[in-house]
Write a protein that binds this ligand. Structure first.
Ligand code: NAP
Length: 240
């Protein structure tokens, strides 16, 4: 049985990815940081439905020591989904150095740590898949989210460079760039803003976490064997 580790799987998009990958037959390691109850509830639900030994492991992905401990507890990882992330809306002139550093520590350095911990086994196996969750704002930039946009653009650069480096070892590295997805990250958006966003989206709807999970499922599966270094936009056509 293959094992997938999904970071930030306690809530939102990560939770939907964990459910989808378990349904696909993976043993799923559910990483969480603050939301222990939610992560444990998800693992109980997954183990009741698919008796494959899913587990919840706590780690702040920005902390190297915690990530190393998580990977040694998790065992061999065939698919790594780097989903954990934070966002923040602020005028550029109000962003503090601490805001900037935390954004990059979680959204970029977290991926660096997890990839470095996952790769030795994948390289040894000459097989493995890494899927990074960026954002459409990393592709086009968002006003009042300069540090978030910069971090998510870095995730795209990391994906492309790492794909070139580990491709010869049989490892695929791809990226999913979600558009506006209904999760707690967007809880601050009022009804008017949601309506405006729908109007700006060719498909006329806001995305669901399951839409991202479906794209990850494809990239994690056997049918994406010739795809690497790519950015798959799942945004209803908002960014084309
Ligand atoms: P969310 O509902 O806020 O959930 C964020 C997840 O990340 C939670 O499970 C949280 O875990 C985890 N997390 C945060 N900091 C962490 C840390 N230091 N270490 C480990 N886990 C951490 O967000 P979401 O909407 O599902 O977003 C998931 C990913 O999609 C993010 O990378 C986000 O940037 C990206 N994205 C989202 C949207 C959107 O519209 N929602 C659009 C584009 C991209 P705990 O609660 O356990 O701390």
């Amino acid at each position: 049985m293959r094992t997938a580790l999904v970071t930030g799987a306690s809530r939102g998009i990560g939770n939907a990815i964990a459910c989808q990958l378990a349904a696909d037959g993976f043993r799923v390691i559910v990483n969480y940081y603050a939301s222990q109850k939610e992560a444990e509830a998800l693992v109980s639900e997954l183990n009741a439905r698919y008796p494959v030994g899913c587990a919840a492991l706590r780690a702040d992905v920005s902390d190297r020591g915690q990530v190393e401990k998580m990977f040694s507890a998790a065992g061999e990882i065939d698919v790594l989904v780097n989903n954990a992330g934070i966002a923040q809306q602020k005028l550029f002139t109000d962003i503090t150095e601490q805001d900037w550093d935390r954004m990059f520590d979680v959204d970029v350095k977290g991926i660096f740590h997890c990839c470095q911990c996952a790769l030795p086994y994948m390289i040894h196996q000459k097989r493995g898949k890494i899927i990074n969750i960026s954002s459409m704002w990393g592709q086009v930039g968002a006003s009042c989210e300069v540090h978030y946009s910069a971090a998510k653009a870095a995730v795209i650069g990391l994906t492309k460079a790492l794909a070139k480096e580990v491709g010869p070892s049989g490892i695929q590295v791809n990226c999913v760039a979600p558009g506006v997805i209904q999760t707690e990250m967007n809880a601050r958006l009022d009804e008017d803003t949601i309506s405006e966003l729908k109007e700006e989206t060719p498909l006329g709807v806001i995305g669901a976490a399951e839409d991202i999970a479906a794209a990850v499922s494809f990239l994690a599966g056997e049918k994406s064997g010739f795809i690497t270094g790519q950015v798959l936009g799942v945004n209803g056509g908002m960014i084309i």
